[in-house]
Design a protein around this ligand. Sequence first.
Ligand code: ADP
Ligand code: MG
Length: 224
Amino acid sequence: TQELMINSEKLTVAGQLAAGIAHEVRNPLTAIKGFLQIMESELKDQKMYFDIISSEMNRIEMILNELLVLSKPQQISKYSQGNLKDILEQIVTLLQTQTNMNSIEIITKIEPNLPLISCDENQLKQVFINFLKNSIEAMPKGGAITIEVQSKNSESLIVRIVDQGHGIPEHILKKIGTPFFTTKENGTGLGLMICNQIIEQHKGKINIESCSKGTTIEIDLPVS
Ligand code: ADP
Ligand code: MG
């Protein structure tokens, strides 16, 4: 079993992020430019070029959309007293189509009468969506994801997301949460960085434990 305490250093490094964006955005743009030039000289086989252009455009859009989420917290934070049970239940419902399609069952074990937490609900939802999507993506053959919530000395709430996915090997665990680090063909490598930033803003902590039988994400959120 490997463990990782995600540190905030990784995420606030604006320079690293900017360099990453430039790199990630430039590659698809170069490809688009090149194909447009070819289209100018020979107009046959246009469909193939257009397909490539549109898939590169989609990739840029996906990256930029995730970056947009990232820049939101600084702009408008709407903190209120939130009920974690309600938030999690909404997210489970939201992901139902995706879990059904992948033969995944989400089991919730939520302690009754949880204290409220001071939070930006939409941001927290984003965090749970990102973690749960990663779990779903790690379980191509289906299985169960368990979400547990407990209160700890009425000081904080512990949310545990336990999946039965392929796990995260040690050499990869060190890199996750770094901007644009992904092992997926269609990943952006921004999900965990966004989770880190939002939980950090909520003065919480994230701990990730993983082995070849699955991954456990533990989120520790202070009670208001
Ligand atoms: P993305 O999902 O776009 O790849 P993330 O930042 O969400 O970006 O995740 C980064 C990487 O961390 C993933 O590509 C994957 O290798 C690994 N990872 C994250 N969560 C899990 C999980 N629950 N099970 C296995 N691997 C995971
Ligand atoms: Mg992800």
